[in-house]
Every structure is written in structure tokens, then in C-alpha cells.
Design a protein around this ligand. Sequence first.
Ligand code: IPE
Ligand code: IPE
Ligand code: MG
Length: 244
Amino acid sequence: MSAHAAMPHHIAIVMDGNGRWATKRFLPRVAGHKQGVESLRRCVKACVARGVGVLTVFAFSSENWNRPADEVSGLMELMVLALGREVPRLCEDGVRLHFIGERGGLSDKIAAGIAQAEAATAHNTRLVFNVCFNYGGRWDIAQAAARLAQQGQPINELSLDRAMALAHVPDPDLFIRTGGEQRLSNFLLWQSAYSELFFSDKMWPEFDEAALDEAIAAFQARERRFGKTSAQVASPDTRKLRTA
Ligand code: IPE
Ligand code: IPE
Ligand code: MG
């Protein structure tokens, strides 16, 4: 078995495949996104039950604005609905919500809903739940660098890390993408440097607890080396002995 039987502290997910899930059932793509919200609710509960500390999901990318107008407006409407409806449930489960992404491009209604939901869940401590919305990994790196430059601060790994949108949580341990594609699509480019990647062929609406457990089990069977050798990882004082 693994050197790593612990639960991943931070799980990040690219929730992909809603559209294909719907099309296969002769439904409009927005019906797939609706089902995707149900799947996300189940996933949040499962993470709470498993003692995962942080869940970060990709809900809408900087590039998703390029989709057909009716799909974009359907996604925005769904977000307004979810923001209005999910807060009591999140509070019951001890979930603290953070929205990550460029707020500038969002409607006043969504911006207000986000601010309200964040404030209403701010006291919760069981799970930190980051929803990346109007987010892109390149946007995040660029906005962090621009802010530091504007403040006359030095730009280095530590300062950039602290200026980025996920500075309040450690880097993801496990990075999952559903929907069968094996790419990052501009999600967490900086923070996933040493994440374990897991690609599932399941479409997001059908990614259930068993599928999550499969991803966690795969993670637990990996050996994370962070640049070291396998021997060093197996016995942490190898390096000390050698340099003594
Ligand atoms: C992911 O599902 C959700 C969003 C990008 C908002 P998709 O809508 O990308 O579904 P597919 O990839 O077309 O099946
Ligand atoms: C990534 O999925 C974005 C989200 C899941 C929100 P996409 O469906 O937009 O990614 P590509 O276009 O297949 O790379
Ligand atoms: Mg997709």
C-alpha cells in the first residue's frame, strides 16, 4: 500500500461533461448544468463526511464567456438560483463558501448574491468550499503580479503565492477532472504544481460518491516525492544521515 493513506486535505475538481451528459439524453445543455448542481451538492456533502478540509471546483472559466449566449445566460441564472437556495444547507453542514475569480465581469445580481452567501457562511469551519467562477489560472497569476507591482512589492514565489486568489488554503493534493478530457483548461495553473492528477471518464452529473472514493483511493496509492528520491521519501532521515 501507499506511503500516503491519509485523506487528501484539499481536493480540486474540473466539473466537466455536463453538456455531453445532457446531449446524450436529448436534453438541452442547460439541463446538464442543472444536474451538475445536484452532483456538486452531493460532492460537498461527501467531502464533509470524509473529513476533507478544502474543496475547490471550477464552475465557469474566463473562456466560457465564448459559449453561445443562451448557454452563458442559463449558467448565470443557475448561479443566481443556487446562491439563493443553497446557503441554509451549506450552513447546516458547516461549509464556508468563497468565490474565486474576476468579480468585475459579473452582473450586480450575481455579485450581490456572492457577497451575501460568503457573509452568511463566514463562520462555518468544517469545509472550505471555493467556487471558481469567471476564473482562469492565467488571470490569477497576472492579477497577483499586477497588484504586487502596483504596491511596489518584490515579485517572488512567496509574494505571488500570497497575492493569489487561493492564498487562504494550501495547494490542492488531489486534482480531479471528470468528462474524459485530460487537460487543465486553465484551472489552478500555479497551485497544482505538485497535485496528483486523476482523470475520470464519468460525466460530472454522474460523478457520485463511489467515483469520489475511487479518486481518493488512487491518490492514496501514489507516492508524492516533491522532487526527492523514492528512498528519501520512504525514510525521511536519509538526507540527514548523508550530510552528517
Ligand atoms: C462543464 O461542462 C461545465 C462548464 C464548463 C460550465 P461542459 O458544459 O463543458 O460539458 P461538455 O464538456 O460540453 O460535455
Ligand atoms: C473547463 O471545462 C471549465 C469548467 C469546467 C468550468 P471546459 O469544457 O470549458 O474546457 P475545454 O473547453 O474542454 O478545455
Ligand atoms: Mg467541457
